[in-house]
Design a protein around this ligand. Structure first.
Ligand SMILES: *Cc1c(COP(=O)(O)O)cnc(C)c1O
Length: 450
């Protein structure tokens, strides 16, 4: 049952695997503009993925925003090998272990001690669910059960389980399940700076969006448990970026109206936006924070919710019903925590944030010439995320661009008409240059094919 060619793996995968986020029929119809190629990957090394016939692709989007220090990173691999021979898993209810203790301590320290307790799960969507449940349960425990509603931003994405969909505002993921999704979440205006009116700065857009939050809280603050945001960059909305002023104002409003601020740092945490946590750029701290994706270096499913001591303390009681009884079988898995510790070690020993400042400048300089392209709009960047929109009516633009980029040797998967780069941090200057060339070629091909 071993195969060596791409074609074998494609046929077997199509027959047995139901791939995520995919209309499976689009894999089969190679003659159509909707065609979505399925790429069998044999191995990964650094910024590169390689198929079974030796074709290589630069991973321009960090395998869906997860990978930080490259595929098959020698240091993370070594740490995992050692952990594998020590302890692969033990349940976290009633048991503890070195990796989960150390990781919790180090994450708390990274928040300056503001978020002193870590609760674990495996995926981002579960972290969202945990944060929402924790917020609601906190208010119940302190005698305010009427605080049961949530706020999110237009275009928000916080995961796709039924609970997380309640605070996700992406129609294509949500509409089919609308009858299943709890209605008690209100969508607020996004501070996305692409919405600037003539003469408005990004900070003006942020203040306008915050005014919308304020007027909602004035009327409904009593019933509101929490506001959940993706700090600075709304990923799935198409790398919508906004000014830190929004977070400062939202923090102040949440304090005033006694509403939790949940920062979903699943995509933007771990250095993506230039600081270790994106919310640091607004000089604020959330009450609850979700982490996943990059926290394990892109190696293993791991997520967590960090919370303030005040929230934690409200669950302490003789009564079991006041406890947070949520659990997942693999909560706090030692291998996943070990990968996270190795990831944090690399941040410390290599001064990654400083090195990324140079890399993000290189990315910015590489993409800058696109400003002259007649169809490119809103070229923008925040740290290691760079994006632009393409003015086109072609409904299959993103597919055409994606296929053209793959042909040219890069994984760059646009979101709608937004093309973005979010590479692993080990990417070097020549690889950034190559990504720039691929973008130029794919843009030409996708716009010509329109
Ligand atoms: C990816 C993502 C999630 C969901 O994480 P999963 O691990 O895919 O469930 C939630 N929030 C944000 C901001 C994300 O980017």
């Amino acid at each position: 049952m071993t195969s060596s060619s791409n074609a074998d793996w494609l046929a077997r995968s199509r027959a047995a695997v139901w791939h995520p986020c995919t209309q499976m029929q689009h894999h089969a119809r190679t003659d159509q503009p909707a065609h979505l190629p399925l790429i069998p990957i044999a191995r990964g090394q650094g910024a590169w993925l390689e198929d079974f016939e030796g074709k290589r692709y630069i991973d321009g989007i960090s395998s869906w925003w997860t990978n930080l220090f490259g595929h098959a990173n020698p240091r993370i691999n070594a740490a995992l090998r050692e952990q594998l021979d020590t302890l692969e898993h033990v349940m976290l209810a009633g048991f503890t272990h070195q990796p989960v203790v150390e990781l919790s301590e180090r994450l708390a320290a990274l928040t300056g001690g503001a978020l002193g307790h870590a609760f674990y799960a495996s995926d981002g969507a579960s972290a969202t669910e945990i944060a929402l449940k924790m917020s609601f349960h906190y208010w119940r425990n302190v005698g305010r059960p009427e605080k049961s509603e949530f706020l999110c931003l237009a275009g928000s994405y916080h995961g796709e389980t039924v609970g997380a969909l309640a605070v996700t505002d992406v129609a294509i993921f949500k509409d089919a399940y609308a009858p299943l999704v709890r209605a008690a979440a209100h969508v607020l205006p996004s501070p996305d700076f692409r919405q600037a009116e003539p003469g408005e700065t990004p900070a003006d857009v942020a203040r306008r969006a915050a005014a919308g939050l304020e007027s909602w809280l004035k009327q409904h603050g009593e019933r509101t448990a929490a506001l959940i945001v993706e700090p600075l960059v709304q990923g799935a909305a198409g790398m919508a970026m906004y000014d830190p002023e929004y977070l400062r104002l939202a923090r102040a409003l949440c304090n005033h109206y006694e509403v939790h601020l949940i920062c979903d740092e699943i995509a933007v945490g771990c250095g993506r936006t230039g600081t270790f946590f994106a919310h640091e750029q607004a000089d604020i701290r959330p009450d609850l924070m979700c982490l996943s994706k990059g926290i394990s270096g892109g190696y293993l499913p791991l997520s967590n919710v960090l919370c303030s001591d005040m929230i934690y303390a409200a669950f302490l009681d003789d009564s079991v019903a006041r406890a947070f009884l949520h659990s997942h079988s693999y909560t706090g898995n030692p291998l996943a925590c070990c990968a996270a510790l190795a990831t944090l070690d690399i941040f410390e020993s290599d001064d990654v944030l400083a090195a990324n400042r140079k890399k993000s400048q290189k990315i910015g300089a590489t993409l800058a010439p696109l400003n002259g392209h007649p169809q490119v709009r809103h070229l923008r960047q925040r740290g290691m995320i760079a994006a632009f929109d393409v003015a086109t009516d072609d409904p299959w633009f993103s597919r055409k661009f994606y296929r053209a980029a793959l042909d040219a040797g890069a994984l760059i998967r646009p979101i709608g008409n937004t093309v973005y780069l979010m590479p692993p941090y080990i990417i070097d200057d020549s690889e950034i240059t190559q990504l720039g060339q691929v973008i130029g070629q794919a843009l030409t091909a996708a716009c010509r094919l329109a």
